[in-house]
Design a protein around this ligand. Sequence first.
Ligand SMILES: Cc1ncc(COP(=O)(O)O)c(C=O)c1O
Length: 483
Amino acid sequence: MPLHAKIDEARGPAILDLNPVYCRIEHAVPRHRLPAEPMDPAAALALVRDELILDGNARLNLATFVTTWMEPEAEQLMAECFSKNMIDKDEYPQTAELERRCVNILAHLWHAPAALADDDGPDDGASRGSATGCSTTGSSEACMLGGLALLWRWRARHGATAGLPGSGVKPNLVMGANVQVCWEKFCRYWQVEPRMVPMEPGRLHLTGPEAAARCDQNTIGVVAVLGSTMDGSYEPVAEIAAALDALQHDTGLDLPIHVDGASGGFVAPFLAPDLEWDFRVSRVASINTSGHKYGLVYPGVGWIVWRDAAALPDDLVFRVNYLGGDMPTFALNFSRPGSQVAAQYYNFVRLGFEGYRQVQLTCQQVARFIAEQVAGIGPFELLSDGRDLPVVTFKLADQASARYTVFDLSERLRQRGWLVPAYTFPENMQGTAVLRIVVRNGFSQDLAGLLISDLRTQVQVLEAARREPVPLLPGGQRSAFAH
Ligand SMILES: Cc1ncc(COP(=O)(O)O)c(C=O)c1O
């Protein structure tokens, strides 16, 4: 049974309580069963809204990379497009066209060799360049598609049955242990061995030598993350490619790289234009990003672009004809709203290169400010300071002797509404617990100042609690540091 479908009858009475001023109804509204009768729409809206006020404030959610604010014009456009199904390309050819333009814009931004340049002439509706790609529900789906393309290409090199049960050969994918869970999912769902390079103190992501050392003839490719979920740092794509070049020189193995640019794909082109991490690196076969992260669109939209048709095996692609053109589609999902794609295109035309640069630069400046302030509070050691992704990660410098943990701090910040997650690092560094602050568009320097002031106060409270009785948290629970 799916996790969320589990009916927990113990969580509140079976009947929902409707405020009598919303409407008079003659029947009870069950909590876990379909009501027998309809109710007034305004009452239904009030009922659901009332329940949702218990959710955290999305703008104060510093755990997520996902967009929590868009301008009213974008929201209006999205509302107008909710009813359009992205997959109905014949029925909504202009939405499909906007998707195609977005792919071209990203291919160009990421220096795909034949991507359409500004001066390539008017759009005549024909297929552009040799780069190809599509929108997805997010980076997770895009990573699945990227991984599948690597797997299919490996199979093409090793015979159609290679890697299938009974073949005696298992394909593997090389990546850092810091990858997002979508890559573990990919490996489990498609029966690929995950070859994870563990983190080490001082090396929080994949490096070239570590990657090359784990590759063999059954490696389908190497994943490099531009913007590690753990600490926001960029993995050195060019260095990883150089190590794979040397490996090819020594062994003949020619291995492709997929760049997981879930966040960095929309940050590096604007803040680090000279950093070579994209299709300028010839070994990079494909790149994904999340339109709903630093692409500045509400969830859920992701993107994947392949360098050229050779990087995307043809038998993975389904083709539909519309307006006399040839529209390749490759997706795990079928139906989804057209609103996010329309909103992505809106952001592209609304902001342009300079608008995106300003938004990301502001995020970076706020992150650098937070990092500086956190370092000044005293007990913390910074693990990332916002110089790559606008993400600040820090731990207690002296974890062993502190009588409180970053989990206590996270819990106490929640009392003021700040959602700052605490978590431990993966394999090899499970003993390291950190707090992570993700700065997104809309998190101003003023808000950052308030956050720092609250962080400082909570540190003082926890430090003082070493000597005094531990204050109670809501619900009468004592914080973990008291034990
Ligand atoms: C590096 C990386 N890859 C993939 C994902 C999954 O992205 P999505 O939420 O768009 O599916 C994330 C999410 O945080 C991520 O940080």
